[in-house]
Design a protein around this ligand. Structure first.
Ligand code: NAD
Length: 506
C-alpha cells in the first residue's frame, strides 16, 4: 500500500506528563474511595497519557446527592436567565483561552488529528455562547383566548437533576451539546465521560469552577458504565438521563431508567447513506464521500459509511473515490497536516478489520485498503482508507455501524429503489442526496426517514439546527431551541379573573 498518503511519526519528542483526572463532587476534586485508577494509552503513540480515578457507587452516590441538594436548594434553578447566561459566556471565553491545551489532550486520548480537535473545541465554545442566548430568551406561552374570565399561562421549568453520559469519539464537543443547555434550563448535572477519554471533561470542570459555578451544580464521576453509568440511570434522585453512545447501551439505559420513569434522551448510532443520482455534481460529491467516511477515522455517529450510487455511474464513482482515498493523509494526529488519525483501541481496530474480511469472504471487491495500517514511527493502531463494493444491501458491512474508515458502496435503479434501501435500515440518524435536480432532492428529503437530511452537502451542523435520530438512532433532539426544550418541564397555570362562574353544587 505504498500509494497511500501516510504521515509518519513522531511529529515531536513526546514529553507530556500523564494528566491526573479526578472526580468533581460538590465543588471539590476527589479520588475514588477505593483508590483505583485507570490508565489511558494514546491510541496513536501507545504511551500513557492520563490516569483517571475509577469511580464506584460511593462517588456516584455522593455526586447525585450533591446535584440533588443543589437543585432542591432552588438557587441555580431560580437565578435569572441573565445570571445563568453570564456564567455560560464566561465558560465560553475560558474554553477559547485554553483551546490549545484542551485540543492536545483530546488528541492524546482519542487519536483524532490536532487541526480537527482545535476546530471542535472552537465549535464547543460557540455552543456555550448559543446556550447562553437561550438562557435569556426562553419563555413559555400565554393564552388570552379562553374566555373573558380566564387567563392561561404555560410555564417552563427545569426538569431537575440530569445524568449526562458521553462517548469517546467527540468527548468535549458532545458534553458541550448537553451541559450548557441543561445549565441554561436551570438543571443540575452529574456527568460521566467515557472511560477512554475522561480528561477534557475534567478540564471543563476546572473551567466551570473558575467561572464560578456554584458547588453541586456540575459534578463529574469518572469510570465505567458498570457501576457509574448504571447508577446514573437507575437512581431515583435523578430526573433525566441524556446519553450519547451505542444503540445497544442506549437500550439498556432506557430499560434501566423506566423503573423510575426518568425522562431519557438518546443520541445513538447510524448507518448514514449518501445517495448519488446520475445527474449529481460528481466533483463535489466525491469530496463529500471522502469527508463523510474518513472524518474522525469513521468513528462518527454521522459517518456516511454507506453510499448508494445510481447504477449507470457506479463504476465511475468507485474509481474516483478510490483515487481520492489515496490523497487523504492518514497518520500522526499531532501533525497539523494529518486528516485521519488513530483508531480508539486495538479491540475496535480488530472489529473494523472483521467487517472488511467478512465482506471480502462473501465476494465483495476491495479496490483500496482493507488492512491494518502501519504508520512508521508510531506504536498505536490505525486502519487503511478502505472502499468495499459494490455490496448487496443485506451484508453486515452495508447495514451495521462499522465505525472505521470503511466505505460500503451499494447501487440503486431509481428513487423508489433508493428509498427502499435507505429506509430499510433500523437506523435513522442522517441521510444525504446528490442531484442537480431540485425536485429529486426535495422528494428524497421528504421521503427519507432520518433526523437530518443534507442535500448536495454532508455533515454541516449549526448550534441553531436541531440534531437527533429517528428509530434506533435515538429519541429527543440536541441543539437549537429543541435542545433546550429537552431539559424543561411544562407547567400549566390556569387563572380565573373575577369571581367564580357559579357554584357546581347549588
Ligand atoms: P458506548 O455506548 O459503548 O458508551 C457510551 C457511554 O456509555 C460511555 O461513557 C460508557 O462508559 C457508558 N456506558 C456503557 N455501558 C453503560 C450502561 N450499561 N449504563 C450506562 N452507561 C453505560 O459508546 P461508545 O463506544 O463510547 O461510542 C460510540 C457509539 O456512540 C457509536 O455507536 C456512535 O454512533 C454513538 N454516537 C452517537 C452520536 C449521536 O449524536 N447520535 C454521537 C457520537 C457517538
Amino acid at each position: 500500500m505504498n500509494d497511500l498518503t501516510v504521515i509518519a511519526g513522531p511529529t515531536e519528542a513526546f514529553s507530556d506528563a500523564p494528566f491526573e483526572a479526578r472526580h468533581l463532587v460538590n465543588g471539590a476534586w476527589c479520588d475514588s474511595a477505593s483508590g483505583e485508577v485507570s490508565e489511558r494509552l494514546s491510541p496513536a503513540h501507545g504511551l500513557v497519557v492520563s490516569r483517571a480515578a475509577r469511580g464506584t457507587r460511593a462517588e456516584t452516590d455522593a455526586a447525585i446527592s450533591a446535584a440533588r441538594a443543589a437543585f432542591d436548594a432552588d438557587d441555580w434553578s431560580r437565578r435569572s436567565g441573565k445570571e445563568r447566561a453570564t456564567l455560560l459566556l464566561k465558560v465560553a471565553d475560558l474554553i477559547d483561552r485554553d483551546r490549545a491545551r484542551i485540543a492536545r489532550m483530546e488528541v492524546l486520548e482519542s487519536g483524532k488529528p490536532i487541526a480537527q480537535a482545535e476546530a471542535e473545541i472552537e465549535g464547543a465554545a460557540d455552543l456555550w455562547r448559543y446556550a447562553a442566548s437561550l438562557a435569556r430568551t426562553m419563555h413559555g406561552e400565554s393564552h388570552n383566548t379562553l374566555g373573558p374570565d380566564m387567563l392561561g399561562v404555560v410555564l417552563k421549568e427545569p426538569i431537575g437533576v440530569v445524568s449526562i453520559i458521553t462517548p469517546w469519539n467527540f468527548p468535549f464537543l458532545i458534553v458541550s451539546q448537553k451541559l450548557p443547555f441543561a445549565l441554561a434550563a436551570g438543571c443540575t448535572c452529574v456527568i460521566k465521560p467515557s472511560e477512554l477519554t475522561p480528561s477534557t471533561t475534567v478540564i471543563l470542570g476546572g473551567l466551570l469552577l473558575e467561572a464560578g459555578v456554584p458547588a453541586g451544580v456540575v459534578n463529574i464521576v469518572l469510570g465505567y458504565g458498570d457501576p457509574v453509568g448504571i447508577a446514573l440511570s437507575t437512581d431515583p434522585r435523578v430526573d433525566m438521563v441524556t446519553f450519547t453512545g451505542s444503540t445497544a447501551v442506549g437500550k439498556h439505559i432506557s430499560e434501566a431508567a423506566a423503573a423510575t420513569l426518568k425522562k431519557v434522551s438518546l443520541e445513538l448510532g447510524g448507518k448514514n447513506p449518501q445517495v448519488i443520482f446520475s445527474d449529481a455534481d460528481l466533483e463535489q460529491a466525491i469530496d463529500a464521500i471522502a469527508f463523510g467516511v474518513y472524518f474522525n477515522a469513521g468513528e462518527c455517529c454521522n459517518s456516511s459509511s454507506r453510499i448508494l450510487v445510481q447504477q449507470d455511474i457506479a463504476d465511475e464513482v468507485i474509481e474516483r473515490i478510490t483515487a481520492m482515498s489515496r490523497s487523504v493523509s492518514f497518520g500522526d494526529p499531532l501533525n497539523p497536516a494529518t486528516k485521519v488519525g488513530a483508531i480508539i483501541s486495538p479491540e475496535h481496530q480488530a472489529k473494523i478489520d472483521g467487517y472488511v474480511r467478512a465482506a471480502r469472504a462473501a465476494g465483495a471487491a476491495v479496490p483500496i485498503g482493507g488492512e491494518i495500517l502501519r504508520v512508521p514511527g508510531l506504536a498505536g493502531q490505525f486502519y487503511q482508507p478502505t472502499v468495499v463494493g459494490p455490496v448487496s444491501p443485506d451484508m453486515p458491512i452495508a447495514t451495521e455501524e462499522v465505525f472505521g474508515p470503511v466505505l460500503a458502496v451499494l447501487t440503486f435503479r431509481d428513487m423508489d429503489d433508493a428509498l427502499e434501501i435507505v429506509n430499510g435500515s433500523a437506523y435513522g440518524l442522517s441521510a444525504g442526496v446528490w442531484s442537480e435536480n431540485v425536485h429529486t432532492c426535495l422528494e428524497f428529503a421528504r421521503r427519507a426517514k432520518a433526523g437530518t437530511i443534507w442535500t448536495n452537502t454532508w455533515m454541516d451542523g449549526f448550534p441553531e439546527m436541531p440534531f437527533g435520530g429517528m428509530r434506533e438512532s435515538g429519541q429527543g433532539r440536541e441543539l437549537g431551541r429543541y435542545g433546550l426544550e429537552e431539559f424543561l418541564e411544562t407547567k400549566t397555570l390556569t387563572m380565573r379573573i373575577g369571581k367564580t362562574r357559579g357554584a357546581w353544587v347549588r
